[in-house]
Design a binder for this molecule. Structure first.
Ligand code: HC1
Ligand code: SF4
Length: 573
């Protein structure tokens, strides 16, 4: 251990720690911007490029994030010199920053904005050269605005080290330096998967989601189409954060009320189609297992993961389940069953909005193979954050809303569907159903705790009536690559692999309220979902009476002909 003092407080930390880490131990806060460490997912962005965390140590000023502690060091974080340097650095960052905070996508969530406010900067003394790069709006998911980039490199670390996609890196020199793509090409021309994790860590408005709010208002303000909304599992345990509630607070009832107040005619649940996905995917898996073909089966609900497989492992496109994601299955059923058979309108006259924790879902719903005869399954997807903005824009007092229930029949779901939103959840849900189908016995305990937890790669062997099923769960694309490389090398022992592109699953999606690097937020959201599951009576997808009725009235058999027409897809290389 190394012993030092910070603002007069003694602290002992392991050799190799930085001043910033030591300060955290004694609850001394040092403002920082480029630095980001999330030990749970092994992410460290430590380039010491912004110099906001300057502190006095020994004879001069040093950046706390990039300076290792030394025995006997005496650190002062708020000397006159340190404060002056910090303020100067932020003023310089602001000098070439577009000063449009009031209308910036990131207004209220920008780390540069809040540091400037905390440091009491009320005037920008320097006028720097302004960059005027065109915005990249080439994708349905992500907007990249170099003019707002402070070169912190967090996005680059995320895309390269955690996601192993490698789309972003520094190009050019001097003032022309940009974090950009190969040959500065548009994101749509790269291997980008639209996972959006670069957005999740960007401290400013340089990387943001495509704003679909105006499209949704337009839909709500027209009369020709019936507008319904579906909400993904992970949204209900994170939306409250935008209104000051603790991460993981279950806000399902208030969320339904808010959606009704916004004017949606029907408020439905993606959980319903998550249950449906399980029936289709579990049948597909059992078919493949029986034939010993196309194994391991790969889950297919995560659109960024599907993009990743299409771009990186085209030789294995026989492995992902052919099931559409729950988002898409929902749209298919709402338009092709609910519209004509329950409310007697044409599929094209129904308009489906989805609220997702994800930005890749915006791209997914634009994939034209997902629909029937020119009618897309889902018309537009917004994020949890965008829903919160709409609620605020409409002046709805979220916290005092009554709790309402989803509309039926597409609002009924089991607890197995809720846990889809966390890493391991899809697999656990599938096991509950596959086990009971194969054994014809009731599961004594529906909790497959072996597949829970936040580790990036988990594995388990499950005994289903004498057949051992080896399962693996990977979250983050970097972990997915490790698992897929084993498949490629012929060393994989797995029968099922679940992948979610975001580290931790959809609860950590790039459309969720910003966690600003605090991974406890993600863990609390997971607990929220497991609590919903635990407190539901109905915990197995195949026992959902609304799903059973849907097969009786419309779909026939799981994996049958009608189910295939509406609920399955194919992939592209
Ligand atoms: Fe997800 Fe899914 S769990 S992919 O994370 O399978 O986005 O929440 O909606 O479609 O159900 C996301 C979440 C979501 C789908 C489901
Ligand atoms: Fe990389 Fe994902 Fe961002 Fe694309 S969306 S640049 S893959 S981190």
């Amino acid at each position: 251990l190394v012993n030092l003092t910070i603002n007069g407080k003694s602290v002992s930390v392991p050799k190799g720690s930085t001043i910033l880490e030591a300060a955290k131990e004694v609850n001394v806060q040092i403002p920082n911007l480029c630095h980001l460490k999330m030990k749970e997912i092994n992410m460290i962005n430590q380039c010491a490029s912004c110099r906001v965390c300057m502190v006095s140590a020994g004879r001069g000023l040093v950046p706390a994030c990039g300076t290792l502690v030394k025995e006997g060091m005496d650190v002062q974080t708020n000397t006159k010199e340190a404060l002056k340097a910090r303020k100067n650095v932020v003023e310089l960052l602001l000098s070439d920053h577009p000063q449009d905070c009031l209308v910036c996508e990131k207004n209220g969530n920008c780390e540069l904005q809040s540091i400037a406010a905390d440091l009491g900067i009320r005037k920008i003394r320097y006028k720097g050269e302004q960059s005027t790069s065109p915005k990249d709006t080439s994708t349905e998911s992500i907007v990249k605005d170099h003019d707002k980039c402070i070169l912190c490199r967090r996005c680059e670390t995320m895309c390269n080290d955690i996601q192993s996609v490698g789309v972003l890196s520094g190009i050019n020199r001097g003032f022309g330096t940009e974090v950009s793509t190969f040959f500065n090409s548009y994101l749509c021309e790269t291997e980008c998967t639209f996972c959006g994790q670069c957005i999740a860590v960007c401290p400013t408005g340089a990387l943001t989601e495509v704003n679909n709010i105006p499209t949704v208002w337009n839909a709500l303000n027209q009369k020709e189409k019936t507008v319904a909304v579906q909400v993904a599992p992970a949204v209900r345990v994170a939306l409250g954060e935008e209104f000051g509630l603790e991460p993981g607070t279950i806000t399902t009832g208030k969320m339904v009320s808010a959606l009704k107040a916004l004017g949606f005619k029907y408020v439905f649940d993606t959980n319903f189609s998550a249950d449906l996905t399980i029936l289709e995917e579990a049948s597909e898996f059992l078919h493949r297992l029986k034939k010993g073909k196309n194994l391991p089966i790969l889950t297919s609900c995560c659109p960024a993961w599907i993009n990743f497989v299409e771009k990186n492992y085209p030789e294995f496109l026989n492995l992902p389940s052919s099931c559409k994601s729950p988002q898409e299955m929902f749209g298919a059923i709402a338009k092709n069953y609910f519209a004509p058979k329950v409310i007697n309108i044409k599929p094209k006259d129904m308009y489906i909005v989805s609220v997702m924790p994800c930005v890749a879902k915006k791209y997914e719903c634009s994939r034209t193979e997902l629909g029937q005869e020119e009618v897309l399954d889902v018309d537009v997807s917004i994020t949890t954050r965008e829903l919160a903005k709409m609620i605020k824009e409409a002046g709805i007092d979220f916290l005092t809303l009554d709790e309402k229930d989803f509309d039926n029949p597409l609002g009924k779901s089991s607890g197995a569907a809720d846990i889809f939103g966390t890493t391991g959840g899809v697999l656990e849900a599938a096991l509950r159903t596959a086990y009971e189908w194969v054994t014809d016995k009731e599961l004594a305990d529906v909790n497959f705790t072996q597949v829970r937890g936040m580790e990036g790669i988990k594995e388990a062997s499950i005994d289903i009536d004498g057949t051992i099923v080896n399962v693996c769960i990977a979250s983050s694309l970097g972990n997915a690559r490790k698992v897929m490389d084993e498949v490629k090398n012929g060393n994989s022992k797995y029968h099922i692999i679940e992948v979610m592109a975001c580290p931790g699953g959809c609860i950590a999606g790039a459309g969720q309220p910003y966690h600003h690097g605090d991974y406890d937020v993600v863990k609390k959201r997971a607990l929220g979902l497991y609590n919903i599951d635990r407190n539901k009576k109905l915990r197995k997808s195949h026992e959902n009476p609304a799903i059973v009725a849907l097969y009786d009235e419309f779909l026939g058999e799981p994996h049958g002909k009608v189910a295939h027409k509406f609920l399955h897809t194919h992939y592209f290389d």
